[in-house]
Design a protein around this ligand. Structure first.
Ligand code: ZN
Length: 118
């Protein structure tokens, strides 16, 4: 019961933070500047959680799903540089595609190694 209330509270908090950030970023993705709506905006950690970034609002931004998904553990500065250099509107989708292909290739290679070394 308590944990369900906690979850509800956290969800509300998240929605509030996201709305605040949407205003702060003028309704656009921090990286590709695509227009965001309440439904496609994602909360983004400027400094990745895996790199010690926290959930505090100073470390959070709003981004589109593609950018959020592609950024991974890169810092916001590093990812912004990539987006700027490539100057492609949908860099996020391209990066997400490349990452997916790389992941699949890695999994295939690992399976092979396991088979060879059986
Ligand atoms: Zn974006």
């Amino acid at each position: 019961m308590g944990s369900s209330l906690d979850r509800k509270f956290n969800t509300m908090k998240k929605i509030n933070i996201r709305n605040d950030l949407l205003n702060q970023y003028e309704g656009r993705c921090k990286y590709c500047k695509d227009k965001l709506h309440h439904k496609n905006a994602t909360l983004e950690h400027k400094k990745a959680k895996s790199k010690g970034g926290g959930n505090n609002i100073e470390n959070l931004a709003v981004s589109c799903y593609a950018c959020n998904n592609s950024k991974g553990s890169l810092s916001d500065g590093q990812f912004e540089n990539i987006v700027r250099k490539l100057n492609v509107k949908k860099t996020g989708y391209i990066l997400a595609y490349i990452r997916r292909r790389l992941n699949l290739a890695t999994i295939r290679a690992c399976k092979r190694i396991l088979e060879i070394t059986k």
